[in-house]
Design a protein around this ligand. Structure first.
Ligand SMILES: Nc1ncnc2c1ncn2[C@@H]1O[C@H](COP(=O)(O)OP(=O)(O)OP(=O)(O)O)[C@@H](O)[C@H]1O
Ligand SMILES: [Mg+2]
Length: 322
């Protein structure tokens, strides 16, 4: 079983409007409600791949019930710890006329010490019987930025590799704890090393080398791999076995959730003991398939097959890769 931790899930509500009237009454043409948050996307992709997955986390109130119900309707096994405070909602208003989307993210619940202790009891039980643990997404208020670092250390004590995808201090502290895999995108990596990295394409070897050097800085231990995802350009993996790159065939679409799908591919490959070349090929192809799907956490199997056949994987030689 791959264990996926979602400490700050959400209910994503999307309204589609032909043209938003910001001073009047709007009647959405379509309303879409779906449980969201990065951990949930990862769990859904793993479930769709036929991988055994268990989602654990924190959920509260009526919104939390909505998240649980939607997951169970989708067949994704989940075990949430109750919180008194209400789970957050996100609102997206899609203005079809302008071709723009406004997103409103609620701040989310404040988690109490007692609630987190209850979650930790579940984590301790479940981590001892899983093959890998995925820690993904933001932390809710009330939990310190060391939270993921602590969970990574607990997993390591149980002999279980961890994959981390978050941002800010939770990322830098978590990465320093030496997880098996850290998956930043370029913006998250830039923030973590305190320098803005610009992507100039694979042909600009100096700039690729800079990204590789930055990724190497985030390796908390000799066994940590840092996989930098680069949108349609693919990904660069700085691993204990050298650097690898995966270049997908670029596809048009909605990139939200592509990173979560890529992380699901990395988790599956790690748990199954696949080679790095295989892991990143699957990760890049899943990301591409997810980018083509209209909803985060979903993808079409034939898009995935096509993307996997098209992805190019090769070693990347840079100084920080030796
Ligand atoms: N337009 C695209 N065409 C082809 N592949 C894509 C495209 N967008 C994303 N991918 C694939 O998906 C992977 C992850 O995407 P991306 O780098 O956008 O992640 P991210 O920024 O973490 O996204 P998010 O956090 O919103 O899920 C990329 O490494 C790439 O392989
Ligand atoms: Mg991401």
């Amino acid at each position: 079983v791959i264990l996926v931790v979602a400490l700050n899930p959400a209910l994503d509500i999307t309204h589609r409007v032909d043209r938003v009237d910001w001073a009047g009454v709007n009647r959405p043409r379509a309303v879409h409600i779906s449980p969201g948050g990065k951990g949930l996307n990862v769990a859904r992709v793993l479930h769709a791949l036929g991988t055994d997955v268990l989602l654990i986390g924190l959920a509260g109130g009526e919104v939390g019930q909505g998240v649980r119900a939607a997951l169970s309707a989708g067949g994704v096994p989940a075990r949430f710890t109750d919180t008194t405070a209400e789970t957050r909602r996100t609102f997206a208003v899609v203005d079809a006329g302008r071709g723009e989307t406004a997103i409103f993210n609620e701040p989310g619940p404040v988690i109490t010490g007692v609630e987190y202790e209850r979650f930790l009891a579940v984590f301790t039980t479940e981590v001892s019987r899983c093959s890998a643990v995925v820690l993904s997404g933001s932390l809710p208020r009330g939990l310190p930025p060391s939270t993921y670092a602590d969970l990574i250390s607990m997993a390591a004590q149980a002999g279980v590799p961890a994959l981390l995808d978050t941002s800010g201090p939770a990322l830098t502290q978590g990465a320093a704890a030496g997880p098996a895999v850290v998956k930043p995108n370029l913006a998250e990596l830039s923030a973590a090393i305190g320098r803005v990295l610009t992507w100039r394409g694979w042909t600009d070897e100096d700039s690729v080398g800079e990204v590789a050097t930055a990724a190497a800085m985030l390796r908390g231990s000799a066994s940590t791999a840092v996989v930098v995802t680069l949108g349609a350009a693919g990904l660069l993996a700085v691993t204990p076995e050298g650097c690898w790159r995966a270049v997908p065939a670029p596809v048009p679409g909605n990139p939200t959730g592509a990173g979560d799908a890529a992380l699901a591919g990395l988790a599956r490959g790690l748990a199954a003991g696949h080679t790095w070349a295989d892991r990143i090929a699957h990760a890049a192809a899943l990301g591409a398939a997810a980018a083509q799907a209209p909803v985060a956490g979903r993808f079409d199997g034939s898009d995935f097959d096509r993307a996997l056949a098209a992805v190019g994987v090769s070693r990347w030689e840079a100084r920080s890769c030796r």
